[in-house]
Design a protein. Structure first.
Length: 401
């Protein structure tokens, strides 16, 4: 099929897919800003009243678990990998130096983002995982797909070692083991742990910065643990670019067929995992194992499904595609700006709504930054052609390289 390009010779469908991914990231990140940490994965940890979740919160959790959580992170990372490969292919003999300069600047941006606003910043993880991209750039699409599968399995294996004992303890009714206590504090309904996270979420900006600076080492440990899964998605995106799927060169029936196959592979296990966690009333071990480990292969597959569906849909063009493409061209700026807006809604220095809403309320508020992106991105692109953070990233990387 003909590839739709804009006047700047960019692939419109690919930019629109990137815009769709940025919007999906907001549906994940809003809970980081709105709820104590335990509530991010567990709807019974926090709700409209203290330790009271509503039926709506459980429904929103189920929809998010099956269709949103980690699917859009996968999609965002896939597009990051494809984007890096495109730049490497264009940079010729300077590709190594230019790429590592971009990763260095990206890490600095991510570190500032994590210190000031978002505790779950992904830019640091992308910068670390991105260090491997030049070593993969020469590989075939099939080899990249194989590496992606291997990295996902590595993540599942490591996660099983980490959380397997807690799941066994939960089945056996053992609540006093070290593993059980750890997952309960991190993902369960422990009152003291939730109170501690509420205190953190309501701290002032200066207190947050001081605390986050003091915990950089532990933050980087968490970031390092995410590298296999993020690099898997990046390798998958690189393979799809080499396979010309993300270049918009497939016939329409091919992405539709891929979407159908990946959906059939992913959705039944995700529904089963959601039922498994819900049926047991959200024990912390099941919440952690289900969301962080067992769902990983199916999250990746559904992210691929979304990419295939979107490329087929956006290939047709139209007003929505053009607007999403503008959002995608400002993906880095929009990712950071949504954190500013969410901070203004939930943080102590803004409206201070942290801990004041449940999951359903937080989801409703997430449409404020989404609406802002959809409004301002076409206006900015029409006038300036490139996002301000994208321009800063490019100029800084060029200066380093």
């Amino acid at each position: 099929m003909a590839v739709l390009r804009d006047p700047a010779n960019r692939i419109v469908a690919l930019d629109a897919l990137r815009g769709f991914a940025v919007i999906g990231i907001v549906w994940m990140n809003v809970y980081v800003f709105a709820l104590p940490g335990q509530g991010y994965l567990n709807p019974t940890a926090w709700g409209p009243g203290i330790h009271e979740e509503s039926a709506a919160d459980r429904v929103v959790w189920a929809i998010g678990f099956i269709f949103v959580e980690d699917k859009f992170r996968t999609l965002f990372a896939m597009l990051f990998g494809a984007g890096c490969l495109i730049l490497i292919e264009r940079s010729g003999g300077r590709r190594w130096r230019s790429h590592y300069a971009r990763m260095a600047i990206l890490f600095v941006l991510g570190l500032a983002h994590a210190l000031l606003l978002a505790s779950n910043d992904v830019l640091r993880a992308y910068a670390f995982a991105g260090l491997a991209i030049p070593f993969l750039a020469h590989l075939s699409a099939r080899s990249l797909y194989t590496i992606a599968i291997g990295l996902v399995l590595l993540h599942v294996g490591a996660g099983t070692v980490m959380f397997g004992g807690a799941v066994v303890d939960a089945y056996a009714g053992r609540t006093g083991s070290d593993a059980a206590l750890f997952v309960e504090r991190q993902f369960g309904r422990d009152p003291a742990a939730i109170a501690y996270m509420l205190e953190q979420g309501r701290e002032g900006l200066d207190e947050r910065i001081a605390r986050r600076i003091g915990s950089v080492r532990s933050q980087l440990t968490v970031v390092a643990a995410s590298i296999p899964l993020n690099l898997a998605a990046m390798a998958l995106g690189m393979g799809l670019w080499k396979h010309r799927a993300l270049a918009g060169e497939w016939r329409l029936e091919r992405p539709r067929h891929l979407a159908a196959v990946t959906a059939l592979f992913a959705l039944p296990p995700l529904f089963a995992l959601a039922w498994w966690i819900t049926d047991r009333d959200f024990p912390a071990a099941f919440v952690a194992a289900g969301a962080l480990v067992l769902s990983a292969p199916f999250d990746t597959a559904l992210g691929l499904c979304y990419a295939a569906l979107a490329m087929a849909l956006f290939a047709q063009g139209g007003a929505l595609t053009k607007r999403l493409a503008a959002v995608g061209r400002l993906s880095l700026t929009n990712y950071l700006m949504t954190s500013v807006i969410l901070g203004a809604i939930f943080a102590n220095w803004g409206l201070g709504l942290f801990g004041e809403v449940g999951r359903a309320g937080a989801l409703a508020l997430s449409f404020l930054p989404i609406a802002a992106m959809l409004w301002w991105s076409p206006v900015w692109i029409a006038r300036f052609g490139q996002g301000p953070v994208e321009r800063l990233w490019r100029a800084s990387a060029q200066a380093l390289s």
